[in-house]
Design a protein around this ligand. Structure first.
Ligand SMILES: *[C@@H]1O[C@H](CO)[C@@H](O)[C@H](O)[C@H]1NC(C)=O
Ligand SMILES: *[C@@H]1O[C@H](CO)[C@@H](O)[C@H](O)[C@H]1NC(C)=O
Ligand SMILES: *[C@@H]1O[C@H](CO)[C@@H](O)[C@H](O)[C@H]1NC(C)=O
Ligand SMILES: *[C@@H]1O[C@H](CO)[C@@H](O)[C@H](O)[C@H]1NC(C)=O
Ligand SMILES: *[C@@H]1O[C@H](CO)[C@@H](O)[C@H](O)[C@H]1NC(C)=O
Length: 499
């Protein structure tokens, strides 16, 4: 055991999240494990992480960063993925070099819309972590057209895939995530918010050269969890370079973020409050945490009362999936020889294991045009090789304010059974912006059922819950999530049902 007097809040937080993990069957979900690591680093007094406000990468000159892309699109076309059912839309996958001298390349997977691909918008999806893959979560377990069967070899269709309403682009970033890599291994130690935003931006410019029919198309960026940083930072970078160029290089229209890390202090307090208000941890423990734990960023030690309260909370959270507190856990990690019958209305709790098996198959990688350089590590849902994070601002709310001034559509959603970046955190974070309410709190329905509650703020920020969904909203409530994204993309407010 570590001596208690040296325990920082961050260390407590991380042990809390890790104990929860350890008690579950391994590998069920690594996404917020990565997040807790970052929280830990940010909250430790001697952290080398720069937490100041995000500034867009400077001095990028389009002429230097855009490489010739002729012929590459055709090479990227995916004929058919192993075990894939027949579909009518086109899929592409491949690498885009984001930094030639370092030998850094990002892997993308692109699914065109089922119908009307010429008129529907382009939607980028990013997962968080930091270090987690948009293929692992977004594409294969959340909003992509397929999910992996329990045999780890074949795919079945996701009826509520987002390519019903958009052309959807999944990006593995930064280098070291999934199939994305760098030939300069030092890049894996120098990741951070700013370099990720810069590389994502270079990726987009080059990708649009490769797919010129999407230049000028309405463009939206979406994501979850730590993508609450990535999405606004990329949006900010796009706006910045559009302004510098005095023209619309990328036709960004809006952002959509879910269970998103927005504002550290309120995110943390909201997490503890959620544990208490959802009867996972007794009020007495939460009272002790609020009384004795120091949530300020530079607090390096915590009093024993705080440590004790955290230990108690840890104990209570054992065996609970904090990404979806009411979800069953994965009880059998073995693949099955024949596919189990899968539900279309929610996700199998072992789906990360099926996805892992599928993505690490050689035939799958070949079909995806992935791992062409034969990387020396496995494909992982969250990176094992990224080993440093340089910068992570304490808040991204100033960027949201900027988007309102630039008439971008900003929607923030929250699956209300997630305890890792829960709805309380998101509500506190939005409250911290002191925005006047335009459309008061109201329920919205999908097929007569309350899918969630929404509130619209002046400046066109929409906040919406998804009732009964965990951290990965489209995994747990696929129909509600598709309804939400289609309202977001068309700009139609969620139906207002009030007495
Ligand atoms: C390429 O990446 C390296 C770090 O690996 C960095 O030093 C260099 O400035 C980058 N080049 C460009 C053009 O951004
Ligand atoms: C990385 O190195 C490999 C092997 O030399 C090479 O084939 C590949 O093109 C390089 N990647 C980039 C992005 O330059
Ligand atoms: C935390 O410490 C850093 C560097 O030591 C300092 O710049 C910053 O102002 C401190 N923040 C707070 C909230 O005390
Ligand atoms: C999983 O497979 C292993 C090796 O075949 C076997 O020993 C184990 O009992 C299986 N686990 C379950 C829960 O079926
Ligand atoms: C890439 O391929 C090599 C050789 O087949 C394999 O060992 C490695 O796990 C693969 N890595 C990734 C990231 O797909």
């Amino acid at each position: 055991m570590l001596p208690m007097e040296n325990t920082t809040l961050s260390a407590l937080l991380i042990s809390l999240l890790f104990l929860t993990f350890a008690s579950q069957i391994q590998a069920a979900n690594k996404q917020t494990q990565a997040l807790s690591l970052l929280y830990k680093a940010k909250w430790s007094g001697d952290s080398a992480i720069d937490t100041s406000h995000f500034e867009p990468p400077r001095h990028m000159n389009k002429a230097n960063i855009v490489l010739p892309q002729e012929g590459l699109k055709e090479n990227d076309k995916i004929n058919r993925l192993p075990g894939q059912p027949h579909v009518k839309f086109d899929q592409y996958g491949g690498y885009v070099t984001v930094n030639e001298s370092a030998g850094r390349a990002f892997y993308y997977y692109f699914v065109e819309a089922e119908e009307c691909k010429q008129s529907l918008p382009l939607l980028l999806w990013l997962n968080g972590g930091p270090g987690c893959s948009s293929l692992a979560y977004g594409a294969m377990q959340e909003l992509g057209p397929f999910r992996v069967n329990s045999n780890g070899k074949t795919l079945y269709r996701n009826k509520f895939a987002w390519n019903h309403v958009a052309n959807v682009l999944f990006l593995e970033s930064p280098a070291g995530v999934g199939f994305s890599y760098s030939n300069s291994s030092s890049d894996y130690a120098n990741c951070g918010d700013a370099s990720t935003a810069a590389d994502n931006y270079v990726f987009l410019l080059n990708w649009l050269e490769r797919f010129p029919e999407y230049k000028g198309r309405d463009f939206y960026i979406s994501g979850e969890s730590y993508a609450g940083h990535y999405v606004p930072q990329l949006a900010h970078t796009i706006l910045h370079y559009n302004k510098m160029a005095k023209k619309t290089l990328i036709n960004l229209k809006g952002i959509l973020i879910g269970n998103a890390v927005i504002n550290d202090a309120t995110d943390l307090i909201g997490m503890y409050d959620y544990f208490g208000s959802h009867a996972l941890v007794p009020d007495e423990t939460i009272d002790q945490i609020q009384k004795y734990c120091d949530f300020s960023r530079n607090a390096t030690t915590q009093p024993n009362e705080c440590n004790k309260a955290n230990d108690d909370a840890n104990g209570d959270l054992e065996n609970i999936d904090i990404y979806n507190i009411y979800a069953p856990s994965c009880r059998n990690e073995n693949l099955t020889s024949t596919p189990k019958r899968m539900s279309s209305s929610t996700i199998d709790p072992c789906s990360e294991i099926y996805t892992y098996a599928y993505m690490n198959r050689e035939d799958v990688q070949e079909a995806l045009h992935a791992n062409v350089t034969k990387l020396d590590h496995n494909w992982e849902p969250c990176s094992d090789i990224i080993n440093g994070w340089a910068d992570s601002p304490v808040t991204i709310t100033p960027l949201l304010t900027e988007f309102m001034e630039n008439n971008l559509r900003v929607w923030i959603f929250s699956g209300d059974t997630d305890a890792s970046v829960p709805v309380t955190s998101t509500k506190y974070s939005i409250s911290s912006m002191n925005l006047p309410v335009k459309t008061p709190w109201h329920r919205w329905l999908v097929e007569g059922e309350v899918a969630g509650f929404a509130q619209v703020y002046e400046g066109e920020i929409t906040f919406s819950t998804i009732r009964g969904a965990g951290h990965q909203v489209p995994s747990y409530k696929p129909k509600g999530a598709l309804a939400l994204v289609s309202h977001f993309l068309t700009g139609n407010p969620l139906n207002d049902f009030r007495r």
